[in-house]
Design a protein around this ligand. Structure first.
Ligand SMILES: [Mg+2]
Length: 106
């Protein structure tokens, strides 16, 4: 199976948001996060190969929905006005924070 390019992924996210609307997709994000939460809890209670695969599956669902969330956040038609640069800046800020927690900050 051929992989999707970043551009193709964003086009798909755009088509999904256009088809179902941002409000519905925001609810689906919550639903997928809950499914991931449930999969992790289930694996912690009774670990198995199947429960580990389920975590991976639900993590991918959340990842795809996060792609749509970032599309929504950068689309003024959805009522949000963040730029991709704003998001990238926030990612770097949070990664720096994580690095500080791991290594300690000056
Ligand atoms: Mg799911």
């Amino acid at each position: 199976m051929e992989g999707y390019t970043q551009k193709e992924k964003v086009e798909l996210y755009e088509r999904a948001v256009k088809k179902w609307g941002a409000d519905i997709q925001l609810i689906v994000i919550i639903e997928e996060m809950a499914e991931l939460t449930k999969a992790i809890i289930k694996d912690k209670r009774k670990p198995s190969e199947q429960s580990a695969i389920k975590i991976m599956e639900e993590a991918v669902d959340v990842s795809i929905m996060l792609g749509q969330l970032f599309y929504i956040l950068t689309n003024p038609k959805c009522g949000f006005m963040q730029s991709p640069e704003d998001i990238e800046q926030m990612v770097n800020k949070k990664l720096k924070k994580l690095e500080c927690k791991i290594e300690g900050c000056e």
